[in-house]
Ligand binder design. Structure first.
Ligand code: 13P
Length: 250
């Protein structure tokens, strides 16, 4: 039985006070839940958020990492720095990094392997553009992103990998994939894991859906057999709505 994950990707939002108030609000409202709860705040606030989350089950991850240990890489942040401030997870391959910041599959693969090698859990994001979907290329795009993203990642390491399916056309647009569309993509991804790894890896890997998840659509999406939780953007920025999604996850 895969444990559901509800993760909040804050992107480039909040300030120090807002972020800490947000995580305190989540902590206070959390109660009993069977879900694993994760937040991905901006880099400067990570330490403060880890401190604010202390004593709760909320885990903290970063939105990115760099592939070298240290040195002359102006503006970049290493895995050692992230672990030093208490991060346990990292997002890799988010569509905004692919399509706004220009990250290629090769770099995404290096980041995935670097995170895993240094003991971080990696949430690898994949998803097609609207024109790719309309050209019936969803599976080809997912295959390419999975093949590149996970190249060189062993079956053992897959225990520390979570996949997030985020159709780019559903991110921040209010256009959610229907539960059937999400299930179709997730089923394809699980089949991909089975054919490239094993039935065991496919059975145990969590695959999250992301793209305009809200309290009122979360239960139906997460209720699909192959949807193991949500990666939430906008609705993770208010404690009430994030808690609503966690409650919907069961
Ligand atoms: P929204 O929930 O705002 O659509 O963002 C989804 C996302 O990109 C999470 O990583």
């Amino acid at each position: 039985m895969r444990q559901v994950i509800v993760a909040g990707n804050w992107k480039m939002n909040t300030n120090k006070a807002e972020g800490e108030a947000l995580v305190s609000g989540i902590k206070e409202g959390l109660g009993e839940t069977s879900a694993e709860v994760l937040v991905f705040p901006p880099f400067p606030y990570l330490g403060g958020i880890v401190a604010a989350a202390e004593g709760s089950a909320i885990q903290t991850g970063s939105q990115d990492l760099y592939i070298e240990d240290n040195g002359a890489y102006t503006g970049e942040v290493s895995t050692a720095m992230l672990k030093d401030v208490g991060c346990t997870h990292v997002l890799v391959g988010h569509s905004e990094r692919r399509h706004v910041l220009g990250e290629c599959n090769k770099l995404i693969n290096t980041k995935t392997r670097k995170g895993l090698a240094d003991g971080l859990k990696v949430v690898l994001c994949v998803g097609e553009l609207i024109e790719e979907r309309q050209a019936w290329q969803m599976e080809a795009v997912l295959d390419e992103q999975m093949s590149w993203g996970l190249a060189g990642v062993t079956a053992d390491e897959m225990a520390s990998v979570v996949i997030a399916y985020e159709p780019v056309w559903a991110i921040g647009t209010g256009l959610t994939a229907t539960p059937d569309q999400a299930e179709e993509a997730h089923k394809y991804l699980r089949g991909w894991l089975e054919s490239h790894y094993s039935a065991d890896v496919a059975e145990n890997t969590r695959i999250l859906y992301g793209g305009s998840v809200k309290p009122d659509n979360a239960a139906e999406l997460i209720g699909q057999p192959n949807v193991d939780g949500a990666l939430v953007g906008g609705a993770s920025l208010k404690a009430d709505s994030f808690l609503g999604i966690i409650a919907a996850a069961g």
